[in-house]
Design a protein around this ligand. Structure first.
Ligand code: 9GP
Length: 832
């Protein structure tokens, strides 16, 4: 392709395209140029937002040059690409990451200072791109960073929600949701108005006989909506590779609005059509680990996968290869079951549009897809009602029926007369109405299925997908333990610690190869190093204390032990157990003499996280936390010995300054319920210890860092069924400390007891499904061990340093390499 363009033209073009800044002065020139011309502002009305915008646009220019080069290099290389389909990408802020990945932050900070601004203030101007709920969406964002950093040819595909996850306000102690309109000024996206795809819904299926006598299915007569591409550049670290994240936005396909209706006075209905189309990508469903089953959600899913597949197929067809080569050129990873309709859509394209035989098409489909499962929670496993799918996607329902029929026939041949097995593994569940089990469809249509931590991958094989392991054999099921990007979660979030590590190890190379952290091991006992290490922790805690004071008015002592639990609020994550534990600590402190109190380790218990708007129990947990904080923080007997803080509107940016400030963080889900967890990795990587259950990735973290550096407690996953059974069949006795806590709540110590009745009932008489009572004694006992351990500063520092030195495994680079080698069969493409 290159040689088709005359060399002089090529060279002229390249000399202009390479206009990148590399010095402070060039950077300043670009910033001022953008402020003056792109933004039409001047020195006299350049506020922080304008300055942020100028800096962002200057860096964006650099990114675009690399982005173009990457797309060209990947096209010329003509190698296999991976497409990561995720309904959520929780990207957070971009500018800081872009500066660090291009290793230009200190040059830029100097340049900015001379222009009269502070870098931190400008970074704070940026709105988080919050197109996700929690761990699943943030994992997708870490994966994009690693894919680019490792030079893999990869595209992300998602939805461009106009409203991301809501903003959380705490009013009178209760969560209130406020819309998050994040698109006011977003320099990081590029609308591609020329890249549009028409997507159909509803309609009917007609059958025709083709020239070769075959039956053709034609889906027609439906409502058409247009998908418009918005591209976001994803820079790798210390490499020019800049991949693409394509987000789809919906609009009406027939132009702005219906002028006929408008002219005849029917203004409302002409606008309604437009609004209906735009609604599809309007808002992210704010549920984490809960299936909602709403028609609009199904529309979102189909809209997004259909547009993405159209794009992927169009790109493949340009190569002129035979269809049989599709799986050699294309790997599609399904992030959870949300994109499972892609399997059906590809089969439809191949059979109905490209006229391949069913079997030939199905063979291509099942070689192309991989499916990642992120949960075993029954309430989170997606099931779509058959009548809903029948109405919205009539042809897809037929295809799903056929996939199911052929699958069940093959099962019957291998396991004759096992009718129970057929009912168990059928994609269609015979409820009223019937429902489609999306996870089963994803397994049947994929080449590989993976869980996200060892325990979780074992559990899916022995519980929810057991029959499929029998049918397909164990090789189809594998594990890829999650990871996080050390660029954002160490280098960006904790610059001082990152610099100290680099100084000790002699370079920044650990940001590319996290296993190099093991070089810290030999300094773990070095008193001078320990002091420097703990000084950084203290400064990070001071920064958090200042933020807490400014935002909540609560004064916390940075010398106290900072104990943090930040994540989505969910009963299975057991924030209720944490706050019950805080109450228990409070009651113990109240009973102590002054002399006894003087010996206690002061604590600050910090909580943060959003509750799904319709999840009443989660909202009640938030209310209990805020109610306890009102009482405890104002109790003069207690003073600094215990403070309780709820951080409003927890998001990626807040996680970036919370992780570096923890002494202890809590990952205390009921064993077997948290698939992996990723904040556990972030906290340890930032030099904090964790208290946790034997669940998700906690188990592998323990294996890597050593049992004496983690505070594990509670029952094991294998005990859970028996314990639940005992509760169901009459176990009534409750842990005495927990009873005391419940009594105190019921006495009204924390305000209106009626508000908390549901929470109390859940652990007392309501079956205690999350086993709070069963784990409570060991939870409290383990917190005592934490207090004791914290008193010995040097040994605590040693534990933290040793833990960080052993965290190399938990980089998302390792996870992506495993996906590339074991699932996608993908090779990197180097960009010059
Ligand atoms: O709940 C899991 C969490 O444990 C995991 O770390 C994350 C990324 O793999 O996925 C979460 N799952 C979901 O959000 C829904 O399946």
């Amino acid at each position: 392709i290159e040689s088709s363009i005359p060399a002089p033209l090529r060279n002229l073009w390249k000399s202009f395209a390479a206009a990148e800044f590399s010095s402070k002065e060039e950077f300043q020139k670009e910033v001022v140029r953008h402020i003056e011309t792109t933004l039409a502002r001047s020195l006299y009305n350049c506020d922080e937002l304008a300055a942020y915008s100028g800096v962002a646009l200057a860096f964006r220019d650099r990114l675009i040059i690399d982005w173009n080069k990457t797309q060209q290099a990947q096209t010329f290389a003509d190698q296999k690409r991976v497409y990561y389909l995720s309904l959520e990408f929780l990207m957070g802020r971009t500018l800081d990451n872009a500066m660090l990945n291009q290793r230009m932050k200190s040059t830029a900070a100097d340049g900015i200072r001379e222009l009269g601004f502070r870098m931190e203030d400008l970074i704070d101007q940026e709105h988080d791109a919050a197109l996700g709920n929690g761990g699943l969406g943030r994992l997708a964002a870490c994966f994009l960073d690693s894919l680019a950093s490792l030079n893999y040819p990869a595209w992300g595909y998602g939805l461009r929600y106009r409203y991301g996850i809501f903003k959380q306000e705490i009013i009178d102690g209760f969560q209130v949701e406020v819309p998050d309109y994040w698109l006011d000024f977003n320099p990081w996206e590029f609308p591609r108005y020329d890249i549009t795809v028409d997507i159909m819904f509803y309609g009917y299926v007609n059958k025709y006989t083709g020239e070769d006598g075959r039956t053709l299915h034609v889906w027609e007569g439906g409502e058409v909506v247009q998908a418009v591409a918005y591209d976001v550049p994803i820079p790798g670290y210390a490499t020019p590779t800049t991949n693409n994240l394509r987000l789809w936005s919906s609009k009406p396909s027939t132009g702005e609005f219906d002028f006929q209706k408008f002219n005849s006075g029917d203004y409302e209905s002409s606008v309604r059509d437009q609004q209906r189309a735009e609604t599809i990508s309007a808002v992210l469903y704010p549920n984490d680990n809960i299936d909602v089953g709403k028609e609009l959600r199904l529309k979102q899913q189909y809209f997004w996968v259909a547009a993405s597949l159209y794009d992927i197929v169009r790109r493949f067809k340009k190569s002129g290869r035979a269809w049989s080569e599709f799986p050699e050129q294309v790997a599609i990873q399904l992030n959870d079951t949300h994109p499972t309709l892609a399997i059906v859509e590809l089969q439809r394209i191949l059979v109905d549009k490209e006229h391949l035989d069913w079997d030939e098409a199905w063979n291509i489909v099942t070689q192309t897809f991989g499916y990642t499962n992120h949960t075993v929670l029954p309430e989170a496993l997606e099931k779509w009602s058959v009548p809903l799918v029948q109405n919205l996607l009539p042809r897809h329902l037929q295809i799903i029926y056929d996939i199911n029929l052929f699958f069940l026939q093959s099962v019957e041949r291998r396991f004759p007369k096992d009718r129970d097995l057929l009912a168990r593994v059928s994609i269609i569940e015979e409820t009223n109405p019937q429902v489609i089990r999306m996870a089963y469809l994803a397994i049947i249509g994929s080449k590989k299925v993976n869980g996200v931590a060892e325990l979780h991958s074992d559990l899916i094989k022995t519980t929810i997908f057991k029959d499929f392991v029998n049918i397909f054999g164990p090789d189809k099921f594998t594990n890829v333990t999650n990871g996080v990007t050390p660029r954002r979660w160490l280098h960006q979030a904790n610059p001082k610690l990152s610099a100290l590590i680099a100084e000790k190890l002699g370079s920044n190379d650990f940001l590319k190869d996290l296993t190099l952290l093991n070089g810290l091991e030999k300094y773990a006992d070095d008193k001078d190093f320990q002091e420097k290490w703990m000084k950084i922790k203290f400064e990070n805690k001071q920064r958090l204390a200042k933020y807490i004071k400014e935002t909540t008015g609560i004064s916390v002592n940075p010398e106290a032990l900072f104990d943090i639990q930040v994540k989505r609020i969910h009963e299975y994550k057991r924030q209720q157990m944490n706050i019950f534990g805080v109450i228990s600590r409070y009651l113990s402190l109240k009973k102590m003499t002054k002399a006894e109190r003087a010996k206690q380790v002061p604590r600050v218990s910090i909580f943060g996280g959003k509750a799904a708007p319709g999840y009443w129990m989660a909202k009640t947990i938030i209310r209990l936390i805020t109610a306890v904080s009102e009482v405890v923080n104002n109790d003069t007997d207690i003073g600094d010995l215990l403070k309780v803080v709820f951080i409003e509107d927890y998001n990626v940016s807040k996680a970036e300054f919370l992780c570096p400030a923890s002494d202890l963080s809590e990952h205390i889900s009921t064993a077997g319920t948290e698939a992996s967890g990723t904040s556990n990795m972030k906290f340890v990587l930032n030099g904090g210890l964790i208290i946790g259950t034997c669940d998700g990735a906690n188990i592998e973290i323990t294996r890597e860092i050593g049992e004496d550096r983690i505070f594990l407690f509670g029952h094991l996953a294998e005990d859970v069924e028996d314990l639940r059974h005992a509760h169901r069949y009459g176990k009534t006795e409750m842990d005495p400390a927990l009873r005391e806590v419940c009594d105190e709540i019921e006495k009204g110590t924390f305000g209106d007891r009626n508000i908390f009745a549901g929470l109390i009932h859940a652990v007392n008489g309501g079956g205690d499904y999350y086993l709070v009572s069963d784990d409570f004694a060991s939870y409290l006992a383990t917190h005592k061990l934490v207090d004791e351990a914290f008193k010995d500063k040097s040994s605590w520092a040693n534990k933290c340093i040793m833990s960080v030195s052993a965290m190399g495994f938990f980089t998302s680079d390792r996870a992506i390499q495993e996906y590339a080698e074991n699932i996608w069969n993908l090779e990197p493409v180097l960009v010059q």
